[in-house]
Design a protein around this ligand. Structure first.
Ligand SMILES: Nc1ncnc2c1ncn2[C@@H]1O[C@H](COP(=O)(O)OP(=O)(O)OP(=O)(O)O)[C@@H](O)[C@H]1O
Length: 427
């Protein structure tokens, strides 16, 4: 908000909670919703007279291609900058969430052995903030949710995995060279490092969040992640305030458009025959929309939290992992879950135009069904996580026991052999 670039990067093995850390849940919001809300609260609480203009872009790097998640544009690098990227103007927390949700729907995710909704791309959400008091400052806040490495899987998954590992390797190398103070930094080795160059290059405040798994079989990846973290800590950044020439600022561009629209409306009023009523209404609506984008300090934030951001991500996540609907049920809990599931299944089949074995009129989709099923799935997910922890604990116990047994057996064998040697021959 004060003209310094910032970035938060989530790095770690697949399924260790990078996306969870970034997005969170309604009960435990992640870094993105918390930061977005804080930006708008900052504007609300700002005491000096200041105006702001905020824009959002959302990119992913998938199989070494940079994709715009907000439109079909093809971003391209011009020197060290990425250009031809969609930037949506936003005026409220709700606007930001709506843009993120739109982008999330286009993001590449897939099921892997370790994660039912694994990010198969690196995602970079960027909030551009311009502020104008006596000078005009400009800065970006980037949230980088990196894809996690995953070995094996289907052919497509393994192709994605190769690209993911290659770009993560390039990032690790860049961070290692920065940490050691090398003169040449190989940013150009991958699209990911080229995109992150402005953040890693020194003029930004960067926070790296590393996520690890505690399971013994993840030890190798955990060690690699910790090594990355310790190198990242050594990188010295010297962020400075970034100002922009007034005439080239977004705020100036909005103001010029506002003046232009006001001029057109004034002319239409003076010569009523020049524009139809619909055209005049469209001009007035465009003017309202533009004026809304110039945020003034002291402006109240509303609404504080928007559930849409979490709801869409969760719906998509669950739709991949819905358990099969059983024909018979045993026990009350199962019947209670099964009925909404059957209704949802019938509604999906109706929407797809397929023939549903159950009559559609018998199974109207109730508003609460999805929420109810999601709640049940949350419970199952929590149980699964708990079981996974127990399994991992038992596996390490088992390994320790086996090692102990091997040692005891080995000792007994030695004893037997030496005992045989010492036994005097019979007769
Ligand atoms: N701290 C946590 N509390 C509760 N659930 C968590 C936590 N961390 C992760 N999870 C859950 O674990 C699963 C995997 O997490 P997530 O998708 O965030 O991992 P990831 O590191 O982003 O994986 P990938 O690299 O494969 O995209 C999700 O279902 C998520 O909700």
């Amino acid at each position: 908000m004060r003209g310094y670039h910032g970035a938060v990067v989530a790095y770690g093995q697949t399924a260790t909670g990078k996306t969870h850390t970034m997005q969170g849940t309604p009960q435990e919001p992640g870094l993105i919703p918390l930061a977005v809300e804080e930006c708008f609260e900052y504007i609300e609480l700002e005491e000096t007279e200041c105006v702001y203009a905020l824009r959002v872009s959302y990119l992913e790097v998938y199989n070494e291609t940079v994709r715009d998640l907000l439109s079909d544009r093809t971003p391209r690098f011009v020197d060290d900058r990425i250009e031809n990227v969609t930037e949506e103007s936003v005026a409220s927390i709700g606007d930001v969430y709506a843009v993120i949700v739109r982008g999330e729907q286009r993001r590449h995710v897939g099921s892997t052995d370790a994660n039912a909704r694994s990010s198969r791309s690196h995602a970079i959400l960027r909030l551009s903030i311009e502020s104008k008091a006596s000078t005009t400052l400009t800065a970006t806040l980037s949230f980088v949710d990196l894809a996690g490495s995953e070995k094996g899987g289907s052919a497509a998954r393994s192709r994605e995995g190769k690209y993911i590992n290659k770009s993560l390797h390039a990032l690790a190398l860049v961070v290692a060279k920065l940490a050691d103070g090398h003169a040449h930094i190989p940013y150009r080795d991958s699209k990911l490092t080229r995109l992150l160059q402005p953040a890693l290059g020194g003029n930004a405040r960067v926070a790296v969040v590393c996520t690890v798994a505690l399971a013994p079989e993840a030890a190798e990846e955990t060690a690699a992640t910790l090594m990355f973290a310790s190198r990242a800590k050594k990188v010295v950044q010297t962020a400075r305030k970034n100002s922009v020439v007034d005439a080239e600022s977004q705020i100036a561009s909005y103001r010029a458009q506002v003046d232009d629209l006001k001029g057109q409306l004034k002319a239409a009023r003076e010569q009523p025959a020049s524009l139809g009523a619909d055209e005049r209404a469209a001009l007035a609506a465009a003017l309202d929309q533009l004026e809304r984008l110039i945020l003034r300090s002291g402006r109240p934030v509303s609404p504080k939290r928007d559930e849409r951001f979490f709801a869409v991500g969760r719906r998509r996540e669950r739709s991949r992992t819905l358990p099969p609907v059983k024909d018979s049920s045993s026990g009350e809990e199962e019947i209670a879950v099964e009925q909404p599931l059957l209704r949802i299944k019938a509604a999906i089949e109706r929407a797809l135009g397929g023939s549903s074995s159950s009559s559609s009129s018998d199974t109207p989709l109730l508003a609460d069904d999805t929420a109810f099923v999601l709640q049940q799935l949350d419970k199952v997910e929590a149980e699964n996580r708990n079981l996974k922890t127990q399994v991992s604990h038992l596996t390490s116990l088992l390994h320790a026991r086996e090692a102990e047994l091997r040692k005891i057996k080995g000792g007994r064998r030695d004893l037997l052999i030496s005992g045989t040697l010492r036994t005097p021959p019979l007769g």
